[in-house]
Design a protein around this ligand. Structure first.
Ligand code: FAD
Length: 306
C-alpha cells in the first residue's frame, strides 16, 4: 500500500482503520488471512468519506456483516473490508408494524425485540448468527419464512457515496438470492413490515425454532449450510448418499450432525474448507449429475477493482 494512503487513512479515520488486520476472528468459520485495510465506520458520514477515498485510489472492497456466510482466503484480501459492526449501525426503531434497523443489527436482536412486541415475521431469525444487512443480501430464511417476504425498504450508499433507497418493489428475491447482491453498495439501514400477532404465539414459534436449530446444528465453528438445496432434493441428502458425512480434510470436516455443514475442528485453513467443498461438488456430480452451488460467499484474495 502507498505510504501516503496509509498516512491519510490513519489520520483521517483514526481509531476506525486497521492495517493488515487478520480476518479469521471476524468470521464464524474462524479462517482467513489479513485484509490490507479493515474499516469500521461509526456513521454514514465516515462511511461516505471512506468510500470516496477508495474510489479515488481504485481500491476494491467487500462489506462484512457478522461474517457468518463468508469464506476468506488464507492470504486474506488485497483491498478493503468495511465492517458494519459499530453501535452506530445497530439501532432498532419500531413504529406500529414497521421495524427500522441499522445494517449491523444482529438477527437474534431483531427476533428478540419483535417477539417481545408480538410482531410476527422475524421468528426464523432466532439462532441465525448474522446481521440484518447480511440477511437481505443472502435472502436468509428458514422454516418457510425469509427476509424477502418482510422487506419494505433498503437504504444504502453506492460506490460513489450516493444515497440510494430501494422500495420492496425495486427488489427481487428468490431462494437465497437478492438482486442487491450483484450491486456494489453498502446497505446502511433496512425497514421490515411485520404482522401484528400476539406475544404468546410468536414466543412459542421462536422457542420451537431455537430448539430445532440446537438439535440440528453442530457446535464447532461453521457457516451454516455450505450448499444451496437443489429443487429436487436437499443438499444434505446428496452429500449423505455420496458417503461424505463426517469426511475430514486437514482441520475441516463434514459435520456428523448435519452433512450440509462443514466445521472447523480448530486448525482448519481456508484451503482445507475450499478443497472439501470441491470434493463434495465433484462426488455429488459424479453420483447424481447434480451441480451443487455454494450458499456461502467464497471471497478470493483479489476482487475486481470497480
Ligand atoms: C450456525 C449458523 C446457522 C445459520 N442458519 C441460517 C439459516 O437458517 N438460514 C440462512 O439463510 N442462513 C443461515 N446461516 C448463514 C448466515 O448466518 C446468513 O446468511 C446471514 O444472514 C449472514 O449474515 P452476516 O451478517 O453474517 O453476513 P456476512 O457473512 O458478513 O456477509 C454475507 C454477504 O452479505 C454481504 N453484506 C453483509 N453486510 C452487508 C452490508 N451492510 N451491505 C452490503 N452487503 C453486505 C457480504 O458482502 C456478503 O456478500 C447460518 C449460519 C450459521 C453459522
Amino acid at each position: 500500500m502507498e505510504k501516503s494512503l496509509k498516512e491519510i487513512l490513519e489520520t483521517k479515520f483514526k481509531g476506525s482503520v486497521f492495517i493488515d488486520e487478520p480476518l479469521a476472528g471476524y468470521t464464524s468459520l474462524n479462517v482467513g488471512g489479513p485484509a490490507d485495510i479493515f474499516f469500521i465506520p461509526d456513521s454514514v458520514e465516515s462511511l461516505s468519506g471512506f468510500l470516496r477515498l477508495l474510489r479515488k485510489y481504485k481500491i476494491s472492497f467487500i462489506v462484512l456483516g457478522n461474517g457468518s456466510n463468508v469464506l476468506f482466503s488464507d492470504k486474506g484480501l488485497r483491498g478493503a473490508v468495511i465492517s458494519m459492526s459499530h453501535q452506530g449501525f445497530k439501532r432498532i426503531e419500531v413504529e406500529s408494524n414497521c421495524v427500522r434497523c441499522g445494517a449491523g443489527v444482529l438477527l437474534s436482536e431483531l427476533s428478540r425485540k419483535t417477539e417481545s412486541l408480538g410482531l410476527s415475521g422475524c421468528e426464523f431469525m432466532a439462532g441465525i448468527p448474522g446481521t440484518a444487512a447480511g440477511a437481505v443480501i443472502s435472502n436468509a430464511g428458514a422454516f418457510e419464512q425469509d427476509t424477502g417476504k418482510i422487506i419494505e425498504r433498503v437504504e444504502s450508499l453506492d460506490f460513489s457515496s450516493r444515497r440510494r433507497v430501494f422500495q420492496k418493489n425495486d427488489l427481487k428475491f428468490s431462494y437465497r438470492y437478492c438482486s442487491l447482491s450483484v450491486c456494489k453498495l453498502v446497505i446502511i439501514g433496512i425497514s421490515f413490515m411485520l404482522t401484528q400477532g400476539n406475544v404468546v404465539s410468536v414466543s412459542r414459534r421462536v422457542e420451537e425454532i431455537k430448539k430445532r436449530r440446537e438439535e440440528a446444528f453442530p457446535e464447532l465453528p461453521n457457516a451454516g449450510s455450505i450448499f444451496k438445496n437443489p429443487d429436487s432434493i436437499p443438499a444434505w441428502e446428496l452429500i449423505d448418499e455420496s458417503g461424505l458425512r463426517n469426511m475430514r480434510l486437514g482441520g475441516a470436516r463434514v459435520s456428523m450432525k448435519h452433512s450440509n455443514m462443514i466445521v472447523n475442528e480448530g486448525k482448519a485453513t481456508s484451503k482445507d474448507i475450499r478443497n472439501l467443498v470441491e470434493i463434495i461438488q465433484i462426488k455429488v456430480l459424479e453420483k447424481f449429475g447434480i451441480a451443487l452451488e455454494p450458499e456461502i460467499r467464497i471471497v478470493p484474495e483479489f476482487l475486481n477493482v470497480q
